[in-house]
Design a protein around this ligand. Structure first.
Ligand code: 5GP
Length: 222
């Protein structure tokens, strides 16, 4: 093969590689465009800076959208060795269950808000203030299911002031496991949680970041 031909093949190969990278990036953005469009279509802004997304996320659940969300989390946390997903009841559970299928079907642990007879043995316990209900409650995870050697991804539906996420981070710290990062479906970027968590050096990936919801108009960060 002469040198010209070799150069031509290398040129074609790099062109293909470049297109592939652009395609992958574009696909990722596109997936989350679906989420943003859904928020605009079905989200309702309520008093107290609460976004109601009961139609597809918090009450009725859109499994196809959950699958796209899970796929996107898997893309953003690829190659980091996630072997467990931690979330908090109740809304995080459905999202985490579908996401886990994109992380080699790894186990999901959801932090419980009430002590039940199903919980025996020792617990990691922390306190969380509920954004939507305003009350503070204990959340707990059995020591049987989280410990040294685990690589944990935290998943939740919303990030507002960061109380829920900080509680889950505290549980991971108590367990001695490694925190890989946190995946959030909707971050309200005008509240302090995102900044606080990023300032701690934690890899935080929010699939849709809302910069404002004034007068019911939702504006996303680019
Ligand atoms: P944070 O603890 O970050 O202040 O709030 C996060 C938690 O509160 C999430 O687990 C979520 O359940 C709930 N939350 C916070 N803001 C909203 C919101 O605007 N809409 C809904 N549906 N839940 C929210």
């Amino acid at each position: 093969m002469n040198i010209e031909k070799k150069r031509y093949i290398i040129f074609l190969y790099s062109l293909f590689l470049m297109n592939f990278v652009i395609f992958v990036i574009f696909m990722g953005e596109n997936e989350m465009e679906i989420l943003k469009q859904r928020i605009l279509k079905d989200g309702v802004v309520k008093e107290g800076n609460v976004l109601k997304v009961d139609k597809f996320l918090n009450h009725q659940m859109d499994v196809k959208l959950f699958n796209d969300i899970g796929e996107e989390f898997a893309r953003r946390f690829a190659g980091l060795g996630v072997n467990k997903i931690l979330t908090i009841e109740a809304s995080g559970i459905g999202i985490a269950c579908i996401a886990a299928q994109h992380f080699n079907n790894c186990p999901i642990i959801f932090a419980k808000k009430t002590l039940s007879q199903n919980l025996d043995g020792q617990m990691y316990i922390t306190q969380v203030k509920s954004y939507t209900k305003g009350v503070t409650y204990d959340v707990m995870v059995s020591k049987k299911y989280l410990g040294k050697g685990d690589k944990v991804l935290i998943i939740d539906d919303f990030l507002a002031n960061g109380c829920a996420l900080m509680g889950l981070i505290h549980i991971v710290e108590q367990s001695g496991a490694d925190l890989v990062g946190a995946g959030i479906v909707i971050e309200k970027g005008f509240q302090v949680g995102g900044q606080t968590i990023r300032d701690m050096g934690i890899k935080l990936e929010s699939l849709a970041i809302i910069d404002s919801m004034d007068d019911g108009k939702i504006v996303f960060r680019d």
